[in-house]
Design a protein around this ligand. Structure first.
Ligand code: M5T
Ligand code: MG
Length: 591
């Protein structure tokens, strides 16, 4: 019921239209009894009445009027049905449009943890199939319910006005039908919840398979993927059939009851007719409206089915709607400040779910400093930098920017002060130019080129078929790993932020290119604090300070020279890498 209230709220702006549609449904369906009434009059006056023959000549005008009335009402009902359907469609489509925007905004506003725990396929199902089911219900199912109910009620009232006894006879079956329908509803509901879950799994598998097609191909696992998909497909199909078969279990009962209406009418009605309690016309009216009583009974199963699906979908949508991100924008900054770029970690600990990933990490970075972070894989480097823009919040301790806890800063302002190139590079299906200017769509063309130059990307971009207008990403031209990294770097540099975070951004470029990038970073034309995660000593050597992270703990901190003198982790890495280079140089010389 709570979900219905939510729907109602979202109907804002279209409520009047929707209510009008509901009212028109009631009016339109009530009119169904007009024609049987008119035909009753015709039968009694002109066909089966005592003075039928006489009336045919005397009251020709009435006959014509009644016939015209029947035609008129049929046309009226058709017109009304057309108009009503239009109102349902309009209001439900408008509502759908509105909810879709809300949900999309909502999903955008979720934090990283939400994405860690929600499958893309499931979110897609919610945004497409579930939303459409809800709209379909608003436009068709509720309409069917209202109309069935009105027709039923109108017919029953009309029957009572003709003959109470016969009406009661006809209604003897109704309680039975309701009992059967109720049992059916209870039985079928969990099945639709299950069905919906399976659909979501099917979508997840499809989505993962499509986006992961490179890996699938690389391992030649198409057959396995098809099998996996088939399994989900079979599951979904089985669940669908199961739900449909349940309906079939109940169907014979409901159908028998519906048929029984006719039998009762023939028996009881015939008897009453012979006794002269009702006229031929009245009998005809009963018989032409018997469907109005039996049809809703027939529909009850379908309606219950659809309502269960409706609620299964609605519950899922409402889930998105009421998902509260833990990391929220507390207050809106009217003017966004530029930070100085001082970073402080104070006894920071962090856990993803249970395992501790960062353990009592403390350090400070002054504005304008360049800090390199190094450490073995899985040491927690990416995790550490993710705490600065509040992709996650610390489990203990504090992260401060310019001396203020990041949790107290305005989120957009905070993130608006950070330029970031993430470890796994994602480019959008857009031009290279559009990708570099992603953070600032107003960025002039020359600057795009300038930053591409700083990121050592200009040279390869101009060699591409359409230069900066080449479309990359999903359907565009493919780029090498190092090329992607450099475009991502240009994108991060182009936003002129006071804090620049580079996560392994030069791991896939050659040493020469790396040197070019280092020179660029040194000569940036705006003040900025740089945090650079790197594995190569050649990158870290130039930093003002180097932090060594191991197993979530900060084990060494100092300049290149200091750390070498310390003969710890950094010294070992240095020796290892230089040995490597030494060997390479030797191998080169031997050629
Ligand atoms: C540090 C764990 C991961 C690792 C540790 C991203 C992520 C990581 N972890 C989770 O449990 N859940 C997550 O969503 O945290 O991971 P990291 O910070 O990504 O390590 P890194 O950046 O130092 O490694 P690398 O390989 O990028 O150099 O134990 O299991
Ligand atoms: Mg990492």
């Amino acid at each position: 019921m709570f979900e219905l209230k939510w729907l109602w709220q979202n109907l804002e702006g279209n409520r009047a239209r929707y209510i009008l549609a509901l009212c028109l449904s009631v009016v339109g369906s009530s009119l169904t009894i007009v024609n049987p009434y008119l035909s009753q009059r015709i039968v009694d006056t002109f066909i089966a009445g005592d003075n039928a023959v006489q009336n045919l000549t005397d009251k020709r005008g009435l006959l014509i009027a009644l016939c015209l009335g029947m035609i008129g009402f049929s046309l009226l009902r058709t017109g009304l049905a057309y108009f009503t359907t239009m109102q349902y469609e309009r209001s439900s489509q408008n509502m759908l449009y509105r909810i879709r925007i809300y949900l999309y905004n909502k999903i955008q506003g979720q934090d990283r943890e939400y994405y860690d725990h929600n499958r893309t396929g499931d979110l897609m199902t919610k945004m497409t199939g579930d939303l459409d089911m809800v709209r379909h219900s608003m436009a068709w199912i509720f309409k069917t319910i209202i109309e069935s109910f009105t027709i039923f009620a109108a017919a029953v009232i009309y029957f009572f006005s003709i003959d109470t006894g016969l009406t009661l006879w006809m209604l003897t079956l109704s309680p039975l039908i309701f009992v059967v329908a109720y049992i059916f509803a209870k039985h079928v509901r969990p099945m639709y919840v299950d069905l919906r879950e399976r659909l979501s799994q099917l979508n997840t598998t499809t989505q993962e398979n499509i986006s992961g097609n490179r890996v699938v191909k690389a391992f030649a696992r198409e057959a396995y993927e098809i099998e996996k998909f088939t399994e989900k497909n079979v599951n979904y199909s089985t669940a669908n059939k199961k739900a449909a078969l349940v309906w079939l279990d109940y169907f014979p009962y409901l159908e028998t009851f519906a048929q029984a209406f006719n039998v009762i009418l023939m028996l009881a009605g015939g008897l009453y007719l012979m006794e002269g309690r009702i006229t031929f016309g009245e009998f005809a009216a009963f018989s032409s409206l018997v469907w109005a009583v039996s049809n809703p009974m027939r529909n009850i199963g379908i309606i219950i089915n659809d309502i269960q699906r409706f609620f299964a979908s609605l519950t899922k949508i409402v889930e998105i709607y009421y998902a509260r991100p833990a990391i929220v924008n507390e207050h809106q900054a009217t003017t966004k400040r530029r930070y100085e770029g001082r970073l402080t970690f104070e006894h920071v600990t962090f856990k993803y779910d249970s395992a501790t990933v960062l353990d009592d990490v403390s350090f400070t970075v002054e504005p304008g400093e360049t800090i390199a972070i190094m450490g073995s894989t899985g040491a927690g480097k990416t995790t550490l930098i993710n705490l600065i823009p509040r992709f996650y919040d610390v489990s203990g301790g504090r992260v401060l920017v310019d001396g203020i806890d990041v949790r107290e800063l305005e989120l957009d302002e905070l993130r608006g002060n950070i330029g970031m190139a993430t470890q796994d590079v994602l480019l959008f299906s857009d031009t290279i130019d559009g990708n570099i200017a992603y953070g600032d769509p107003e960025l002039p063309e020359e600057e795009v080129v300038a930053y591409a130059g700083l990121a050592a990307a200009h040279d390869f971009i101009v060699k591409m078929p359409e230069g900066y207008d080449t479309v990359v990403g999903e359907r565009g031209v493919g780029l090498s790993g190092g090329q992607k990294q450099r475009i991502a770097l240009a994108r991060a540099l182009a936003v002129h932020r006071s804090i620049l975070i580079l996560d392994d951004t030069t791991s896939a470029v050659d040493l020469e290119t790396e040197e070019h990038i280092q020179n660029s970073l040194r000569g940036l034309d705006y003040p900025c604090t740089k945090l650079i995660i790197a594995q190569r000593v050649s990158t870290t050597a130039e930093a003002d300070r180097i932090l060594i992270l191991d197993n979530g703990r900060l084990i060494e901190e100092g300049t290149h020279a200091e750390l070498l003198a310390k003969r710890g982790y950094y010294y070992d890495v240095f020796m290892l890498q230089n040995e490597g280079i030494g060997r390479q140089v030797m191998a080169h010389g031997q050629k």
